[in-house]
Design a protein. Structure first.
Length: 284
């Protein structure tokens, strides 16, 4: 969980470096998904794990790839070109809160007052970032931060879908590979239409190096995601959000010298409170 938090927290900064280096957000996501999926497929082959070829699994592969990787990662790569990377990581922490809200709405979770209170704190945290003009370095960033809320929403949607539809007979490495390759398949037509595909080899600048690092992080993060879900379940896994936020803020400060207003720190406190209430109720 610690390793996953550090890995996922760093991805926001890598995306910012890549986009600032001239790489299109869709090209960034496509290269990341394709490289990570291929690497994980090789690992799965050495482990003796196979990716099923049945029709039902192909649907799972494409849906999981779209809602867990291609859509949220493309939005994140687009947004970090306009807002601090650490702030994007803060907003991403709402994913577990959204996960419970969606699971409750579709009947996968029962009503729990502590968790509902946690949703309330999460909403307050989001409003503290978006609404006050003094919360952001530039008030013009507010629409981009609002757009960034789609990232935790789609991560939450994928958490619910993967927990519901995950095949029991497929190895975690094969699942991780399938999800990343499914993402690449989904995003390839759009990327080709926009002329967005990008090959970082040989690396020509910081953007290419950031993309290479991101490809490695994506493969590792996908594997850790499925293993954490398999070993400990979604409730324990959701606590990774605390680490992702702190790691994202740390990497943003270290790499870009980012600082945040009192409103953002209050938002972090509110979101952490909401996350704690949701996960505490889950443990009970």
């Amino acid at each position: 969980m610690l390793c996953m938090g550090l890995v996922w927290g760093l991805q926001f900064s890598m995306a910012k470096v890549a986009v600032q280096g001239g790489i299109h957000p869709l090209g960034f996501t496509l290269a990341t998904s394709l490289s990570a999926g291929t690497l994980l497929a090789i690992v799965a082959r050495f482990r003796g794990a196979k990716i099923p070829l049945r029709r039902g699994f192909a649907v799972y592969m494409l849906v999981a790839g779209a809602i867990a990787v291609s859509i949220p990662n493309s939005v994140a790569a687009l947004v970090v070109g306009h807002v601090p990377a650490g702030l994007a990581a803060v907003v991403n922490t709402l994913s577990p809160v959204f996960t419970y809200a969606i699971a409750w709405a579709v009947g996968m979770e029962k009503r729990h007052n502590l968790r509902i209170l946690g949703i309330g704190f999460g909403v307050v945290g989001a409003l503290l970032v978006v609404v006050p003009r003094a919360s952001l370095p530039d008030p013009e960033m507010a629409p981009w931060v609002a757009l960034c809320l789609l990232v935790p929403f789609f991560y939450a949607l994928s958490n619910v879908y993967i927990a519901w539809a995950r095949p029991d007979d497929v190895d975690s490495v094969a699942l991780a590979s399938s999800m990343q390759l499914g993402s690449a398949i989904c995003i390839l037509p759009v990327a080709l239409a926009l002329g967005a595909p990008h090959m970082p080899l040989p690396p020509q600048g910081p953007g290419d190096w950031a993309l290479i690092v991101q490809c490695t992080l994506a493969g590792l993060g996908s594997l850790l995601f499925f293993e954490a879900m398999r070993i400990a379940g979604p409730v324990f896994f959701s606590q990774t959000g605390f680490i992702v936020t702190l790691a994202g803020v740390f990497w943003g400060w270290l790499l870009f010298g980012e600082t945040h207003s009192a409103y953002v720190w209050a938002a972090i406190a509110a979101i952490f409170t909401g996350l704690a209430l949701v996960t505490r109720a889950g443990r009970k």
